[in-house]
Design a protein around this ligand. Structure first.
Ligand code: GLC
Length: 448
């Protein structure tokens, strides 16, 4: 299992590079799980462009920068990650028995939301239903009523989540996987057509439940619109008809921000996995998601945990390129977020309290980032420089758009700067540098 995960991560990196050159992929040599990591991208931008949110409806999401992802379901009981059913070849009948034991005594979504708020996150996304087909809510559309209401929990677990997240002042998001391993038709859509279409009907019904029963939902995070673990989500668009699906979604939730994983391009792009992103600012809204627990997205009894600094570095590398960050936690079967994952989020919160103004409510730029070294964010007359590494005592930057009036070090006591004919030179004494990032605010002359 650990090995699968490790391999998966390297494949994941390769997969991202492959996004534009899919032909290089060797699907047969990969495990199902590895292929899952490769399945994103290649959505058809001409499919239902009228469904895209206008930029003004994306503003809150672009301002938010940080969310917390939660992978939680029956798979928390065996503690071998959310792919347990498929990885360990557990027959659907046997897997379903886990529902009888799913009674999360310590489920406290207010505590989850408080933790996310403390981390400085502005939104929280819960796996309402993952690939195993188990719905965390009371779901009449669920085939076989494989849901929390009919599990030992005997109640809807999504409703209190949405309420708690809103109460904490955060934006609620729901993750939903249209694919469902319980349906043999998922694996053989051409042979077992009726079964595959029963899965599709369930998907439409469940998405409609999620979009119509819990008040305003701010994010619909699809994952798994592909078929038979093959190709990409977009390759399966003939089957799912994501344009029709999302037209229904927009009827209920005109402003919900939709992920690209239904096969329709969605309102933002996804970068999956914990590699540190590089490259220029990306114009389209995008989000990097990864698990703080290196063992898996869902709860695992093994695996080490990324530190607060690890998350902060990824956050900075994302925001200076116009992205958001969605680190994931995996609560245990009782509903408790493991202590090391909580610690990581609290460390992120400590950093955010001091530096959040350089992150939230900003836009990337005005300068293009230098991979692994520095990048900038901006708001009005303020430019924030995020320095991850000091290649020399004096950091040389290209000129900012207007003259610098003042500079302030958010991470320590002082900062030195001088403008010269080629740009701007910045110095910060070693003891005044931040870890893992030094953030300097420059106030520019007001725009003419
Ligand atoms: C992958 C996996 C899934 C996880 C998701 C998060 O697609 O199939 O387990 O939920 O990534 O992005």
């Amino acid at each position: 299992m650990m090995e699968v995960r490790t391999t998966r991560r390297s494949v994941l990196g390769a997969g991202l590079a492959l996004a534009g050159a899919r032909t290089l992929a060797q699907p047969s040599a990969l495990t199902d799980e590895q292929r899952s990591a490769l399945k994103q991208a290649n959505a058809d931008p001409t499919l239902a462009p009228d469904l895209l949110l206008p930029e003004q409806d994306m503003a809150w999401w672009r301002d938010a920068k940080l969310g917390v992802f939660v992978h939680w379901g029956l798979y928390a009981i065996p503690g071998r990650g959310e792919w347990h059913m498929d990885n360990d070849k557990v027959p659907a009948q046997r897997y379903a028995q886990l529902a009888r034991r799913f009674d999360p005594k310590h489920y406290d979504p207010d505590a989850w939301a408080a933790l996310a708020a403390d981390a400085g996150a502005r939104y929280m996304v819960l796996t309402a239903r993952h690939h195993d087909g188990f719905a965390l809510w009371d779901s009449p559309a669920s085939v076989g009523r494989f849901d929390a209401r009919h599990a030992a929990a005997r109640r809807d677990l999504v409703a209190p989540f949405v309420t708690a997240v809103r109460r904490a002042g955060l934006h609620p998001g729901l993750y939903y996987s249209p694919m469902d391993w319980r349906f043999p038709g998922y694996f053989k859509p051409h042979e077992l057509t009726a079964n595959a279409y029963a899965m599709k009907r369930q998907g439409y019904g469940q998405v409609e439940e999620l979009m119509s029963r819990y008040g305003r939902i701010d994010i619909l995070w699809y994952d798994g619109g592909w078929l038979a673990h093959q190709g990409t989500d977009a390759d399966a668009a003939w089957f799912w008809e994501p344009d029709r699906l999302n037209r229904m979604v927009r009827r209920h939730q005109p402003q919900v921000v939709i992920s690209p994983r239904s096969g329709w391009q969605g309102d933002f792009d996804v970068t999956e996995g914990d590699r540190i992103v590089t490259g220029p600012i990306r114009a389209r809204a995008w989000e990097q998601c990864f698990s703080i627990n290196r063992g898996g997205w869902g709860y695992t009894t093994y695996g080490d945990t990324l530190s607060g600094d690890d998350v902060v570095v990824r956050l900075v590398e994302a925001v200076v390129r116009g992205g958001n960050l969605l680190p994931n936690v995996g609560p245990d079967a009782d509903g408790r977020i493991p202590a090391p994952q909580q610690r990581t989020l609290r460390e992120v919160g400590a950093w955010m309290r001091r530096h959040g103004e350089a992150v939230q409510g900003t836009r990337a730029g005005p300068l293009q980032p230098v991979d692994g070294v520095w990048g900038t964010t901006q708001r009005g007359d303020l430019v924030y420089l995020h320095v991850l590494r000091w290649p020399a005592e004096e950091l040389e930057l290209p000129a900012l758009p207007r003259r610098v009036r003042a500079a302030r070090n958010l991470s320590g006591a002082g900062v030195g700067w001088r403008e010269h004919e080629r740009g701007l030179a910045v110095t910060v004494a070693a003891q005044d540098r931040g870890a893992p990032v030094t953030v300097i605010e420059f106030r520019l002359d007001a725009a003419a």
